[in-house]
Write a protein that binds this ligand. Structure first.
Ligand code: DGJ
Length: 713
């Protein structure tokens, strides 16, 4: 049971979660909230004892107050490490002195929320710190609401982070993080930072391919995949973000983060408030695997929006097959083949609208191209539905080509500075979604598309980052609020579309995995993982993805060979097995597939449907990493422990060795597990301690093993 209690004698709050505790202490005069403890579960008495510990000494050029581990550090006083909040009041005062005004705990569904409101002693700023925990989980969601109660004019925010996470005192910490680029997202990086700051960020207006807002910290590099203390944090924000991992000169490590403070200014007028995004954190003693499984469980229960589908449907996407050359005729032909394979959602990608025959024109003009679709979209949709599939469509509403009716009508609707060039990426500009008129236009446009057609899936793409983030009409008011309001309005539109069209599922895409984070995941059903669909490269991308995000949301397509990006050719079965590690899709040109390939693909789709609930929603164990050695293996255990799936991919066989022995995890030692394909029965102990034998022949060979637990005798 999640439980939050306050001990008046020690002034300590303690948050009790599934297997961890978090504790903080109010100072006697209520002017500071000190971090006390985060780690394995302890009782209040132990927490109180830790809270009574004092620094062993005070260092010259420092004050005790400056060295304190503040839960949330407003800039001011003697604290020189990375702060969380920096403001300027109307009279020029730039430091904050606050005191606790109010606090309380509220029941919030299956969890509890603690809130503490601090008010500036002299000014109208109030900051409420929130902590939410859930039954059965170890995740703490933290966020902050800033309010200007009025009386002293506007409050200008120069930094407004969401949380500060202090690590327990240890000699050093290894930082694990996810970095990358287009076509190579979610690469796992490691570093052991010394004193100083290591900043991870996006200044691009969106989450980015380059860094993902997720980290893990383990002391002295001791954690392994399945054992050891690991702390992990993740931001629920799809705009520019920042995490600063600082090792102080006194050897303490903390991570402060939230909306990026680079180029950031937000003017909070009298009577206004600003809710900052959630910055979540968790602790696990079960290594990196334990961390991932905790994130996944939290996403499944508390992040992802309610869905009509217990498992994600198999989809077909037209992009790699037909690119912009899309029309009713070729899409109907593809749909007929896709239906034979067992596809459940047929998605037409870019190219169906306006003058969109390439990436140079049409973006912004969301009307069906009559030459490509003489009967509108409804003819194709009817055929797709008749074939037993749902119909899905691609949109990129936040963008515009110069060569479009929208841009000709509203050249002022894009981010720009009057005397500067408007940098184009992929021949497109970014619409200023902070504007009310753009927001209304975007909602109305997509809403109309969904209202006039039986569309049940939307792939929402975003193919460039922000440059020249200006808003000339807003100068002198609050122009830099674009960093916040673009994202807030995007979230608002998605929420509103979901409300109006509850049968529509959404996929977040940004040139592949450029917008994957807990914020967007609370509004979409899945994400496009990467434009790199090479089945071998995907193993690394998908491994990194699994550190933070559940396989259910990880969309993976089987595409043609040689692969568009890498020119690599691998067997169809290997491509399927690689894509079956998440939510399966098909993106090849089915009109060119041989009858044998279509038959094999149909069988593999059937197999996937039998095991997908275990893969998409189960417990993930990364048995062998693609970063180490020639064989990669991932195991999935059903949450009710009744079934197990193992996917194994070999890179290249050497010296005639074909046998791979995989020691499985998360099994009941006395349980019996039967191979659903050949009937072989194993005990849990055998599979855990001796291992499951798999044979891989030659290069790019792969296997899927499906084990079913037999009932106890
Ligand atoms: C980028 C996406 O990642 C691709 O899948 C495809 O939708 C293209 N955009 C279309 O322009």
């Amino acid at each position: 049971m999640a439980d939050i209690t306050y001990d008046a004698s020690s002034r300590c709050w303690i948050l009790q979660m599934e297997a961890s505790s978090y504790c903080m202490q109010l100072s006697e005069n209520g002017t500071s909230l000190k971090h006390v403890y985060w780690g394995p579960r302890i009782d209040q008495q132990t927490a109180n004892k830790i809270a009574s510990d004092r620094l062993s000494r005070i260092y010259p050029f420092e004050l005790e107050s400056g060295l304190a581990h503040e839960e949330y550090l407003p800039w001011g006083g003697a604290g020189f490490h990375e702060s969380n909040l920096k403001v300027e009041y109307a009279d020029g005062t730039r430091v904050i002195e606050w005191v606790l005004e109010n606090q309380g705990v509220e029941q919030s569904g299956p969890g509890q929320v603690l809130w503490l409101t601090f008010k500036d002693r002299e000014y109208a700023l109030r900051a409420t710190l929130y902590y939410r925990i859930y039954d059965g989980h170890d995740v703490i969601e933290r966020w902050v609401q800033l309010a200007n109660a009025g009386g002293n004019g506007p409050v200008v925010l120069e930094q407004a982070f969401s949380a500060n996470w202090w690590m327990p005192p240890r000699e050093s910490y290894r930082l694990t993080y996810l970095h990358g680029r287009w076509g190579a997202e979610m690469q796992v990086g490691e570093i052991v930072p010394g004193p100083g700051k290591f900043a991870l960020e996006s200044r691009r207006g969106t989450t980015s391919h380059q860094f993902n807002p997720w980290i893990a910290l383990d002391p002295m590099q001791e954690a392994t995949e399945e054992a050891g203390d690991v702390w992990s944090t993740a931001l629920a924000w799809s705009g520019s973000w920042k995490m600063v991992i600082e090792t102080t000169p006194y050897g303490f490590v903390h991570c402060a983060g939230g909306v990026n403070d680079f180029d950031f200014i937000y003017r909070l007028e009298e009577g206004e408030h600003l809710d900052l995004p959630a910055f979540a954190g968790l602790y696990s003693k079960e290594g990196f695997g334990g961390v991932s499984r905790r994130w996944h469980a939290y996403e499944l229960e508390h992040v992802l929006p309610a869905s009509r589908d217990e498992v994600r449907p198999v989809l077909f996407n037209s992009w790699e097959a037909t690119s912009f050359d899309i029309n009713e005729h070729n899409q109907t032909a593809l749909a007929e083949k896709a239906a034979q394979l067992g596809v459940e959602i047929f998605v037409i990608d870019d190219g169906w609208f306006g003058a969109r025959n390439n990436d140079r024109a049409g973006l912004g003009d969301w009307t069906v191209n009559p030459e490509k679709f003489p009967n509108g979209l409804n003819g194709l949709i009817a055929r797709v539905n008749e074939l037993g599939m749902r119909f899905g469509i691609w949109v990129e509403p936040e963008m515009v080509n110069r060569d479009s009716n929208l841009y000709r009508a509203h050249p002022d609707w894009v981010y720009h500075f009057p005397r500067r060039s408007r940098t184009e990426f992929r021949n497109q500009l970014v619409l200023n979604l902070a504007r009310d008129d753009v927001r209304e236009w975007m909602l109305t446009t997509v809403d109309r598309l969904l209202s006039e057609h039986n569309i049940e899936f939307v792939k929402w793409d975003m193919n460039r980052h922000f440059t020249e983030p200006g808003w000339p009409e807003e100068v002198g008011k609050n122009p830099r609020r674009i960093w916040i309001d673009h994202v807030r309005n995007l979230y608002w539109i998605l929420d509103e579309l979901r409300r109006r069209h509850p049968n529509v599922a959404f996929e977040s895409c940004s040139g592949g995995g450029g917008r994957v984070d807990l914020g967007i995941l609370s509004r979409v059903d899945q994400v496009w993982t990467s434009d790199n669909t090479d089945a071998f490269d995907r193993l690394r991308i998908q491994e990194g993805f699994s550190f933070a995000y559940i396989p259910r949301v990880m969309m993976c397509w089987v595409t043609d060979c040689p692969n568009m990006l890498t020119q690599r050719t691998v067997p169809l079965r290997y491509r399927f097995h690689s894509a079956m590690a998440g939510s399966l899709g098909i993106g090849g040109d089915l009109s060119k597939w041989s009858d044998e390939d279509l038959a094999e693909a149909g069988d593999l789709v059937k197999t996937y449907k039998r095991v997908r609930s275990v893969i998409q929603n189960g417990l993930v164990y990364r048995l062998q990493s693609p970063r180490k050695g020639s064989v990669t293996a991932t195991q999935y255990v059903a949450r009710n422990h009744e079934a197990v799936v193992v996917l194994v991919w070999g890179h290249s066989q050497q010296f005639g060795e074909s046998k791979v022995l995989l020691r499985l995890r998360g099994l009941e030692e006395h349980g019996q597990y039967v191979d659903a394909t050949n009937g072989t029965s194993y005990s849990g102990a055998y599979l855990a301690h001796h291992g499951l034998e798999v044979r891989l022949i030659n290069d790019f060979d792969s296997r899927m093993v499906h084990l079913v637990r037999t009932p106890e005798m």
